[in-house]
Design a protein around this ligand. Structure first.
Ligand code: TYM
Length: 333
């Protein structure tokens, strides 16, 4: 199946930053949806390395992580024959369009509303301009490819809404160019919470590794983290987000990994305590990690580089076409 020959299928675009360790939240909130979508849509999945450098990265580690994000996509089940995988910095149209949107569509008042910037910049002495402008680069990523749908976790919804605003504003001012993309979030996995604190999301920048299950954690480490995961008062296995947020989060993880519904889980664990449930959850996570890591470790760096190279070759003409139209509208071609 070739990307370019399926013009009538809706286009999907999404990406992951090569920063920090990828975790179950990334998988359940984003990648799992992507795998399902690649069967029906024209999917483009990007490794957004220019987003990663909005905060300081160690260069050697960043190079490694770019390849590792691709291996994560592949191990999750993204197939390069079905979906395009490429590296953001390989296509200069991303930063060019971001600059144009900065000038022709984005306003300080838009960016001042971004909650992720507020969280990420809080209590930091030195904050890059790039971190502030990050959502505009994300808008450029999405708008370059006439994207219909953007599957992401809940924390990215505000950025996709901003993308829509920028696209509409540009179109009003300069004439129809951009398609207005829709955000797609998973019904259950859009916000996987930290194991150490169900009030905070599972995050690659969490202070403690007890917050997340990394996709590269050994099953033993993952089992320990689950055993130590915070639970709520009482002992009943019940999906009650308000009163039992910790156990509700563990139930969501279990449900998404096993395809057992939350209702069924409640029924299966009637009369049993947290210990029993956590044991089964650890088993499910172990099964997932073992299968995931066998695939993850099976790809060589050369294979990954080839996939990125082919991906860039496929998307470059699409990105350049959009950029050319935009420049024409602005009178700078
Ligand atoms: P990033 O790299 O922080 O996260 C990658 C994806 O994982 C989702 N996610 C979660 N989902 C559920 N529960 C969680 N605890 C959790 N933590 C992370 C994120 O929502 C995301 O979907 N700005 C983006 C990357 C990006 C992008 C784009 C995405 C750049 N350009 C264009 C879509 C389209 C980011 O930093 O994701």
């Amino acid at each position: 199946m070739d990307y370019k020959t399926n013009k009538n299928k809706p286009a999907v675009f999404s990406g992951v930053q090569p920063s920090g360790v990828l975790h179950l939240g990334n998988y359940l909130g984003a990648l799992k949806q992507w795998v399902e979508m690649q069967e029906q849509y024209n999917c483009i999945f990007c490794v957004v390395d220019y987003h990663a450098i909005t905060v300081k990265q160690e260069p050697k580690q960043l190079s490694r992580r770019i390849l590792d994000v691709v291996r994560t996509y592949l191990a999750a089940g993204i197939h390069p024959a079905k979906a395009v995988i490429f590296q953001q910095s390989a296509i200069s149209a991303h930063t060019e369009l971001a600059w144009i949107l900065n000038c022709a569509a984005a306003r300080l008042s838009d960016l001042n509303k971004m909650t992720q910037f507020k969280d990420k910049s809080a209590k930091k002495e030195s904050v890059s301009v790039g971190l502030y402008d990050y959502p505009v680069l994300m808008a450029a990523d999405i708008l370059l490819y006439n994207t219909d749908a953007v599957p992401v976790g809940e924390d990215q919804v505000q950025h996709v809404e901003l993308t829509r605003t920028l696209a509409q504003r540009f179109n009003r001012q300069y004439g129809q160019v951009f398609k207005i993309p829709e955000v797609v979030i998973s019904e259950q996995g859009a916000r996987i919470m930290g194991l150490d604190d169900p009030a905070k999301k599972m995050s690659k920048s969490a202070a403690s590794p007890a917050n997340y299950i990394a996709l590269t954690d050994t099953p033993e480490v993952a089992t320990k983290k689950i055993r130590r995961a915070v639970t709520d008062s009482g002992s009943e296995i019940k999906y009650d987000l308000k009163n039992k947020p910790a156990i509700a989060n563990l139930m969501v993880i279990y449900s998404l990994l096993t395809n057992i519904s939350l209702k069924e889980i409640e029924k299966n664990y009637q009369g049993q305590g947290y210990g029993e449930f956590k044991k089964d959850l650890a088993e499910a996570v172990k099964k997932f990690l073992v299968e995931f890591q066998i695939k993850y470790n099976s790809f060589t760096d050369d294979e990954v580089r080839q996939i990125l190279k082919h991906g860039a070759e496929k998307v470059r003409p699409l990105a350049e076409e959009t950029l050319k139209t935009v420049k024409n509208k602005l009178g700078i071609n």
